[in-house]
Design a protein around this ligand. Structure first.
Ligand SMILES: [Zn+2]
Length: 270
């Protein structure tokens, strides 16, 4: 299977957003708002998987100029650098892939920098967890960094509830492909309906981890990020993800890890 890392620009965030020191959410968020230390620009990655059953895209990255509402306090806590050529459509074409040929788009979660490129692949079957869809399109969605109810007018996704039984250390999963080699597993915490995508290749697993952790290192440091909705669920998801790497050689690919593309290219496992 060919798997492509597609980088749709970069984002710099606050140091305490990348790695929080508090566990409870109010002090974590307050620290991000106060913090004057910025990270280096981090990639905004999404993924294209050339599967025999069809072209799969996981997350759609960010777009030029669309970085959330100015009224939201967090709009001052992120510095995006995205030009039109960075967007998903041009990135797919640069990889020799046709955006119109995308069969599935799976969203790990519905934060703006993961769904920005949706318009490039809107005809595909959109797959998202049921909890994530309901949370993101609720009236309070925009307060939580989601597009809110407007998203309901743009797409009608297939919402999944992880009914295909346990897989490795996960209590539940959804199988995406007939071959059974692409599986969606719940990894809540960063958002309540966050999922990760596990792809089985010969002797290892490629794990598209979204924002379940911001980097492989932070997963093994057992660190929570500054905006995670539920620190306890994030901790539980981290434990299950580390458990997966103990059971199976796993290529861990978070969306904002500067090392993800190189790990994918070399299939570097933990
Ligand atoms: Zn996110």
């Amino acid at each position: 299977m060919r798997i492509h890392a597609l980088q749709t620009g970069t984002v710099a965030i606050k140091a305490t957003h990348l790695r929080a020191h508090a566990q409870a959410r109010p002090p974590r968020v307050a620290a991000v708002l106060r913090d004057r230390t910025w990270t280096d620009p981090l990639p905004i990655l999404c993924w294209a998987v050339e599967h025999p059953e069809g072209l799969l895209v996981v997350d759609t990255g960010e777009t030029a100029g669309a970085h959330g509402p100015a009224w939201h306090p967090f709009s001052r806590c992120t510095r995006f650098a995205v030009v039109p050529e960075d967007e998903l459509g041009p990135r797919l074409r640069a990889a020799g892939l046709d955006p119109a040929a995308v069969r599935w788009v799976v969203f790990t979660h519905l934060h703006g920098d993961h769904i920005g490129g949706l318009s490039h692949v809107q005809h595909a079957e959109i797959v998202v967890s049921d909890v994530e869809w309901r949370t993101a399109t609720a009236v309070r969605g925009p307060l939580e960094g989601y597009p809110g109810r407007a998203l309901r007018h743009r797409i009608t996704p297939r919402t999944v509830t992880f009914d295909d039984g346990p897989w490795e250390g996960f209590d539940a999963s959804t199988v995406l492909t007939d071959a059974g080699d692409v599986r969606l597993v719940p990894t809540p915490g960063h958002t309540l309906g966050h999922l990760s995508v596990a792809i089985e290749e010969e002797d290892h697993v490629v794990l598209l981890a979204g924002d379940a952790t911001y980097s492989e290192q932070l997963l093994f440091d057992d660190a929570v990020d500054g905006v995670t909705v539920s620190a306890s669920r994030h901790r539980d998801s981290r434990r299950r993800l580390r458990d997966l790497t103990a059971r199976r050689p796993t290529v861990v690919l978070p969306c904002h890890d500067p090392e993800s593309a190189a790990r994918l290219a070399k299939r570097t496992t933990r």
